[in-house]
Design a protein around this ligand. Sequence first.
Ligand code: ME8
Length: 656
Amino acid sequence: MCEKCKDTFYITTPIYYPSDKLHIGHAYCTVATDAIARYHRLKGEDVMFLTGTDEHGQKIEEKAKAAGVTPQEFVDNIVTGPKGILDLWKLMNISNDRFIRTTDDYHVAAVQRIFKKMYDSGDIYKGTYKGKYCTPCESFWTESQLKDGCCPDCGRPVVDAEEEAYFFRLSKYASRIRDLLVNTDFLQPKSRVNEMVKNFIDPGLEDLCVSRTSFTWGIPVTFDPKHVVYVWLDALTNYITALGYENDRYHDYKKYWPGINIVGKEIVRFHSIIWPAMLMSLGEPLPKHVYGHGWLVIDGGKMSKSKGNVVDPYVLAEMFGVDALRFFLLRTFPFGSDGNFSNELLINTINIDLANDLGNLVSRTTAMVEKYFGGTLPAEKQAGEFDDDLIAMLSGLRGRYMDQMEKFQLQNGLDEVFKCIQRANKYIDETMPWALAKDEAKKPRLAAVLYNLLESVRICTTLLLPFMPESCAKIFAQIGAGADVTTWDAAGKWGVLPQTVTVHKGEAIFPRIDAQAALAQLDALHEAQKKAALPAVELEPYAEETVDFDTFCKSDFRAVKVKACEAVKKSDKLLKFTLDDGTGTDRQILSGIHKFYEPEALVGKTLVAIVNLPPRKMMGLESCGMLLSAVHTEHGEEKLNLIMVDDKIPAGAKLC
Ligand code: ME8
């Protein structure tokens, strides 16, 4: 088809906040959108796939401040730095055509023009924002955001306050938005409509505050620069500025818009109410669809840094392979609902679907073509029992798959493919090629069976391309399928692989995972990550009470030399020290520090002891004093270091 006659297809992910490293939940959305984009490219459409980052706002400003860098430096590091967002999408083989950052100059200028346009048309007006204000935090809160009537950040009391702000006339569009949601297929899945209408539209849509003066990391309003544009107004417009709307950086707005916005369920509200209202105000077409996908949850709860349960896609991709991870995400969870992520599920899916079903089908088929025909099938074939059923099922696969993919039912699309893979494996059992191979007269039948298997693999693999591009290319190379027979058109036809095809059996494409070993490795990694996430050094709280100087001076600290040191029998904590304290008589001190020191290592060291504590008995042994040590916590682990002083200091020297 000529480039100009192609249908266009535009699809986007949310633009993610570069406030932290992204996790498997972000990867899930991006991989799903990538699979949809690749599916449309496979169908021959002219696809524009956009993703990017949402870089302004108070949260980023605060994070940058805490990190001691400028907001721009902070986001640059997370977006373009090592193992940053761009690296992650490269690793996950994401085929986005464009990447927008809301700090890009062209976007900033376009947002300023859009804001002005809406102001000029009267849809943005200046008003007064009334709310609860926390003076120390310089933050406005709504009544519902308060915690026990106080600032949710610092817990201090808030005061009623007003500030001048710009508002968008969202209320004006309430009935049009309601109609859009209820009477069209704009918002998908349909199950999300009710929540929007019931919780947000029917209680009454209020005008939306779209400017802030309490922080500066945002896009300044050109005609009133102490205000910055509300981050959601800035962010939502990315879907059109990235095509050249109100800017000269790109020129394909007319070509691609309207498109499809894929978003997580928690931001459906912004995309199905505020976003279409903004477009109505601008007089621009609305997105074809907004699709609100479900969350990946862990033990029923959302992943979050603060809960320490985020799953790192880098770790999983490295251990199991990018394609296996991409496949798992889309095969296991229905796109529109939440799914409970677990490593066990991931490993099971790889072992059952990829290693057993698909992997075995490919390796058994290619191995048999090599073994029985030296790698090249003969032209002479003989049809037989079971063929019709297999061929009918595979011939109709593309249509069934397409029905699902058009509805964003990626899991069901994959299910259709895997039913065929299972059917083909069953066909091997039914036709028993190894038995046919024993009889020279049955070679034409054997050739037909293997050809049918190769055709099944070819069709299934073509439809798996959007999900596992690299592995599918390897399978094509193994079954001898060239570019002309791995197209969308060819996936709808049976019998296009050359009759005398040559296979090239290679390594197993999806090796079986040793579940126990992999889980142990992941657990160990998880523990290490959890530890690393804890503060490097935590100190004991400082004493609140003061001690008067005379009392302090009563404590008698002395340098002592370790003459002998041994573990106390039957105690796993205590060490018994025999010490030279300069008096000529040995002093015995017990100390519960075996966890930190081996006794032999301490002999000869010069330590510090307080020697005028009343003697104490521990495990039947007397302890006359206490050794001083420094304690702190490191990545959640208790640390202790005995105070060791210069060996030049004689035993008994007083410390003061
Ligand atoms: O909301 N399961 O950015 P964000 C599935 N900048 N998907 C998940 C997920 C999970 N556990 N966690 C995150 C923002 N996601 C705004 C968007 S768009 C104009 C502005 C995915 O970094 C999901 O798609 O918080 C969700 O909507 C998105 O990441 C939120 O990313």
